[in-house]
Design a binder for this molecule. Structure first.
Ligand SMILES: Cc1cc2nc3c(=O)[nH]c(=O)nc-3n(C[C@H](O)[C@H](O)[C@H](O)COP(=O)(O)OP(=O)(O)OC[C@H]3O[C@@H](n4cnc5c(N)ncnc54)[C@H](O)[C@@H]3O)c2cc1C
Length: 285
């Protein structure tokens, strides 16, 4: 199955996919792994469009689109002209870019170009994936994408009809970026070292690490399956807040606030929300 709005340009070792912003993201990932191109395989199963991916620098299982985006074409609503952004001008960071920070609402992204490695090695940075392929050297990108889908499904993070745990907006909270000093303070207070993992390439040499928000939430007393009426935490993934049936957005946000306050009271860390809110007052956004 091909993606209609895609143009492919093959170079010696890499392939550039120029893709219309309205195309389905997962269909593009499927096409790229069918083509045996590496770079998007860990981003399989994420719902949304191609144009949404540079906005929050979509990432999962050890990959971010920042590593493969070669250009973002956008329509500037201020100057009413098209503009091209090479990756260095996108200000990519963990779940951030200029499109959801300084220039939020200014550009309509119309096309994204990704540079993928033909026959390249799949990324196996994430522990769950490494476990899946233990003793299996050099798996194909298609196999890795399938494994990612399988792991996401087991956590209710794949949209599957009838799965009550996938009625979420994905991960509700970002993993906080903290210093080694903060890790040390938490370890002293809790009597055990918290899990942490390297932040993105931009923080590689800064000593900044990612602390799993899921661990903080669980330590603060909110287990998987915790519920406040119709709003709850998924029974398979602590970061997913789910609608158990008939919960209003206000109810979901009340649960999110309770969780964030619990984490702040215990660790002094304020969790940052990942989804964008529509239809709420400015101070809520
Ligand atoms: C079950 C589930 C799992 C998820 N897992 C992940 C995950 O693993 N990693 C991850 O990063 N995200 C994840 N998400 C979040 C979501 O899939 C991504 O944010 C995705 O990029 C949203 O795409 P969209 O096209 O639906 O954008 P929307 O949700 O419609 O918009 C998101 C933001 O991007 C802006 N935007 C979208 N398209 C454009 C455009 N063409 N031009 C300008 N601005 C635009 C919107 O204005 C908005 O601010 C998950 C969500 C769900 C429901």
């Amino acid at each position: 199955m091909g993606v209609r709005g895609v143009q492919k340009y093959e170079h010696a070792e890499h392939v550039v996919y120029e893709v219309g912003a309205g195309e389905d993201w997962d269909a593009l990932v499927k096409q790229s792994v069918e083509d045996n191109c590496a770079g998007l395989e860990c981003l399989a199963g994420i719902p949304g469009t191609v144009g949404g991916t540079p906005v929050q620098n979509v990432g999962a299982y050890g990959q971010e689109v920042a590593s493969t985006v070669a250009n973002v074409r956008a329509y500037d609503m201020r100057t009413l002209a098209f503009v091209d952004f090479p990756p260095a001008e996108c200000d990519f960071a963990y779940r951030r870019s200029r499109f959801n920070t300084a220039d939020r609402g200014r550009y309509v992204i119309t096309r994204v170009d990704y540079s993928l490695m033909l026959g390249g090695t799949a990324t196996l940075r994430y522990a769950d994936l490494q476990k899946e392929f233990q003793g299996h050297s050099d798996p194909r990108v298609k196999e890795v994408a399938e494994a990612v889908r399988h792991i996401r499904r087991s956590k209710g993070m794949l949209l599957v009809d009838g799965d009550p745990d996938c009625r979420s907006a994905g991960s509700f909270f970002k993993n906080p970026l903290v210093s080694a000093e903060q890790i040390h303070q938490i370890a002293t207070k809790e009597g055990k070292e918290p899990p942490y993992f390297p932040a993105g390439p931009e923080d590689e040499h800064s000593g900044i690490v990612k602390l799993p928000a899921a661990w903080l939430i669980e330590q603060a007393g909110f287990a998987k399956g915790f519920a406040q009426g119709a709003a709850g935490i998924s029974s398979r993934h602590t970061l997913a807040l789910i609608n158990r049936g008939g919960a209003s957005a206000t109810k979901i946000l009340a649960l999110a606030d309770e969780i964030a306050s619990g984490v702040e009271a215990r660790f002094g860390i304020r969790l940052e929300r990942e989804p964008v809110l529509l239809g709420f007052a400015e101070e809520r956004r």
